[in-house]
Design a protein around this ligand. Structure first.
Ligand code: SF4
Length: 487
């Protein structure tokens, strides 16, 4: 749930939600091997997009190359997300469309992967006969076998959730990549039981990937021209890897997240390191001091609050209260300084939330002075503790109004925070041409803020010092400068 990374979208308004439903599709690779083509359409969070890269890698071993055109595909996977509103209906609509395509191309196979696999397998497979393969997030190694089974006319099903699977040894095939920034999955699943969240049920128990394969992946990415990695997990601060009993390992003691962060930071000073998502109950001073120690660990923390009121936080089973959260903000500011970027997730109108409790959310936001936020009106998810035990009793109109108040406040805070950046020089990693003009480039600074500046002769993947001269709530605008020329 906390991995809602929609690259340039920071504030989720109603219309933005539509943009969230944008999907990522696989890229066109040159045909190899058996000549069979795979089309993957991925929905939802960054974790899901990363999983699709693992799926592409597993299927390449089985002779499939990816295509960006569904009509060319022999095999189509929808990698689903259970978090979005109406997700089920959207996947059903897509399956109807793909089944029409299949009528024209009878050998084509259709599979549903990801978070919705377990819950919908009976419906999609048996009742509606819309898919040939259903695979849960921990069973992607089994896909070649399941595809073979489906090729013989059987149904290929594996929704088993594992306590060990981390896909550590699988080198993901980067899909939709800008060639500069990449995500490295460091753990899977979640052991927290936030009452509104489906992740513990759809992605299983928490497990940490071994640090050697993580560092190696970072090294390989750097060697291939990548300049930024984001270490990804539902709750990165609870990362803890212990060498299996009897294994030959130089690491006798468990590796913590702070230690992993350091190992990745040491790959190269020119490799930026980010991470997401932190849980307020788990983030430690050790992590904050590690961030401070290394210039290439970006000073930006995504620290979901979900509410500013202790009673609501308890109902959400977040396991921290308002004073605890505020104290974490204080520690971040004390150790990393006022400029450290902080973003949040916030839910408006959770079960039984009163007007005064909503005001607590607004005052917490003022206190934290967030740079961005991912903001939602509460919407019940089937099967969660909140759906089973709590009453979703805040009227929709009230939820919407509270959400609008949260969004309006965040826009004010984002603008204020961006104004602090004006008149200063920022080190920007160039990621692409600006969305607005081919004459401009865009990248991000340390605090994860988008910076736009004239292209001149700069290239993607370069670090450029940019003097910021103006800003909006979403973007910093400036001009490249010689660092020596600036006092
Ligand atoms: S259970 Fe809580 S911590 Fe875990 S993914 Fe869901 S919201 Fe995040």
């Amino acid at each position: 749930m906390e991995q809602r990374v929609i690259e340039t979208l920071k504030i989720l308004t109603e219309s933005d939600k539509e943009a969230c439903d944008l999907v990522k599709v696989s890229e066109n690779e040159p045909v190899r091997g058996s000549g069979k083509r795979l089309f993957i359409e991925s929905y939802g969070c960054q974790m899901n997009f990363s999983d699709s890269e693992i799926v592409a890698s597993v299927m390449r071993e089985a002779g499939f190359t990816t295509t960006s055109t569904e009509q060319d595909a022999d095999l189509i996977f929808l990698n689903t997300c259970a978090i979005r509103d109406n997700a089920e209906q959207k996947v059903r609509n897509r399956l109807q469309h793909l089944n029409a395509l299949k009528k024209k191309k009878p050998g084509m196979l259709i599979g549903v992967l990801g978070c919705m696999a377990e819950r919908l397998k009976a419906k999609f497979l048996e009742e509606e006969k819309m898919v040939d393969i259903v695979t849960g997030p921990d069973a992607y190694r089994d896909l070649p076998r399941l595809v073979e089974e489906a090729e013989t006319g059987q149904k290929g099903v594996n929704v088993f959730l594992s306590r060990e699977e981390t896909y550590a040894d699988i080198s993901p095939i980067r899909l939709n990549s800008n060639g500069i920034t990449a995500f490295i999955s460091i753990m899977r699943g979640c052991d927290n039981m936030c009452s509104f969240c489906v992740v513990p049920y759809t992605r299983g128990r928490e497990r940490s990937r071994d640090p050697f394969s993580i560092v190696q992946e970072a090294r390989d990415l750097f060697a291939n021209g990548y300049r930024e990695v984001t270490l990804l997990g539902q709750n990165v601060d609870s990362y803890k890897w212990t060498a299996p009993a009897g294994a030959e390992s130089t690491l006798a003691a468990p590796v913590t997240f702070a230690q992993l962060l350091e190992k990745v930071a040491l790959v190269s000073p020119d490799l930026r390191v980010r991470f997401s998502t932190s849980h307020p109950k788990d983030i430690t001073d050790e992590v904050l001091y590690t961030m401070k120690k290394y210039d290439n660990i970006c000073k930006y923390i995504h620290l979901p609050a979900q509410s500013g009121n202790s009673r609501v936080l308890q109902l959400m089973n977040r396991t921290y209260d308002r004073p605890w959260y505020l104290q974490k903000i204080d520690r971040i500011r004390a150790i990393l300084g006022e400029d450290c970027g902080i973003s949040h997730d916030m839910i408006a109108g959770f079960c039984t939330e009163t007007e005064a409790e909503h005001q607590d959310t607004l005052s917490l936001m003022e206190y934290a002075r967030y740079d961005y936020g991912y903001m939602f009106a509460y919407s019940e998810r089937p099967g969660t503790p909140a759906a089973k035990k709590l009453v979703d009793d805040v009227p929709e109109a009230v939820k919407k109004r509270r959400l609008q108040e949260i969004i309006a406040l965040q826009q004010k805070l984002s603008l204020e925070r961006n104004q602090r950046a004006v008149g200063r020089v920022h080190k920007v990693l160039v990621e692409s041409t600006s969305k607005r003009s081919d004459d401009d480039l865009q990248g991000r600074n340390d605090q994860n803020k988008v910076v736009v500046f004239p292209r001149e002769n700069f290239q993607k993947g370069q670090y450029v010092h940019v003097l910021v001269t103006e800003c909006t709530a979403a973007t910093l605008i400036g001009k490249a400068v010689e660092l020596e020329a600036v006092s």
